[in-house]
Design a binder for this molecule. Structure first.
Ligand SMILES: Cc1cc2nc3c(=O)[nH]c(=O)nc-3n(C[C@H](O)[C@H](O)[C@H](O)COP(=O)(O)O)c2cc1C
Length: 312
């Protein structure tokens, strides 16, 4: 059954999810995280609404997902209501469980085009986009944004506007536009926001373990984990990473298999390299295998190197 607008309110608390991350939270990694904890929610990498409007078939592959990932949300970005409407319908037809609107991306290219976090400077346009998406679909619509441009002064006003425009959930990356990804996140303004809204509020930023997520979540409805999941999908399990490398192997091999399945051998083996290097980071014998891992060209090669690490 298709999720409805009450989806976010009906989920058991705390809601835990993999943050959308371009270059990381693709179908294979989302599957891996769900394999570790089947109760999490996942979000696609951000995808251009204009791109979907003008070249839908080009983006179908980027957005494709496996049924095991559900509930998976499609994240779109842009600034044009017409292309947002097309993109919403396209994602609905693909079977996504919800539409997430990116109003937080700080990349130069995105901000220069007045997309992503730039919409915080144009709140009326931001609300128009949310309303257009919410009216187009019966799926739940969420918004992911930051504390603000340089401070969180307008956070509550912006989030209330988003709620009034039809957002069913809002996720706050607890850093401003001007703060890089590695500075400590400020969660207090997100807790204050929770008091002011009736829709669920998720927090995100700087979570380093499952327990840390539970603690930071505090009064919020849930949290998303980003960078700390690199090479560590076990972060989504209360038990954390298995102590033995041999017990981590099945997850790594699934990751490689699913990535190659989704993107083909050439792209899949190229893209798995950075994940493999993250997986073995800190492992005592890893340094002897790093250069081999950074050149893998087939699933069999990956299997053989990882098995060698196990017995080394
Ligand atoms: C490599 C990378 C790519 C990202 N891509 C996206 C994206 O496509 N959409 C989005 O909303 N946020 C994106 N983010 C932001 C993350 O979703 C998250 O808000 C941020 O990393 C903070 O969480 P963390 O401190 O747990 O990593 C990205 C972050 C990183 C590091």
């Amino acid at each position: 059954m298709r999720p409805t607008k009450s989806f976010w309110k009906d989920l058991p608390l705390p809601i835990i999810g993999l943050a959308p991350m371009d270059g990381y939270s693709d179908s294979a990694f989302r599957r891996v995280c769900k394999f570790v904890n089947p109760n999490i929610i996942t979000v696609t990498e951000f995808t251009s609404a204009d791109g979907i409007h003008f070249s839908p078939e080009k983006l179908r592959r980027r957005l494709s997902f496996h049924p095991d990932e559900q509930p998976v949300m499609a994240q779109i970005f842009g600034k044009n209501t017409e292309t947002f409407v097309t993109a919403t319908k396209f994602c609905e037809d693909m079977g996504f469980s919800g539409i997430d609107i990116n109003m937080g991306c700080p990349s130069k290219r995105v901000v220069r085009s007045e997309h992503g976090v730039a919409l915080r400077k144009k709140p009326d346009l931001a609300f128009e986009l949310i309303e257009a998406v919410a009216k187009t679909t019966s799926l739940p619509v969420s918004v992911k944004t930051r504390l603000g441009w340089s401070c969180s002064d307008d956070l509550i006003g912006f989030a209330k506007g988003a709620q009034n425009a039809g957002a069913d959930m809002i996720c706050i990356h607890a850093r401003t536009y001007q703060e890089p990804y590695n500075v400590p996140a400020q969660w207090e303004p997100v807790y204050a926001l929770k008091e002011a809204l009736s829709i669920p509020v998720l927090g995100n930023g700087g979570i380093i373990s499952y327990q840390d997520g539970i603690e930071k979540c505090g009064p919020l409805d849930g949290f998303l984990i980003g960078q700390a999941s690199f090479g560590n999908p076990w972060i989504f399990s209360p038990e954390g990473k298995p102590a033995l490398f041999s017990d981590q192997l099945s997850v790594m091999l699934n990751h490689a298999k699913w990535l190659i399945e989704a993107k083909g051998n050439e792209v899949g083996t190229r893209e798995i390299r950075k994940h493999l290097l993250s997986y073995v980071k800190g492992f005592p014998n890893a340094k002897n295998f790093r250069s081999a891992l950074s050149r893998v060209g087939s699933y069999e090669e990956i299997l053989s190197i990882l098995e060698d690490i196990c017995i080394a």
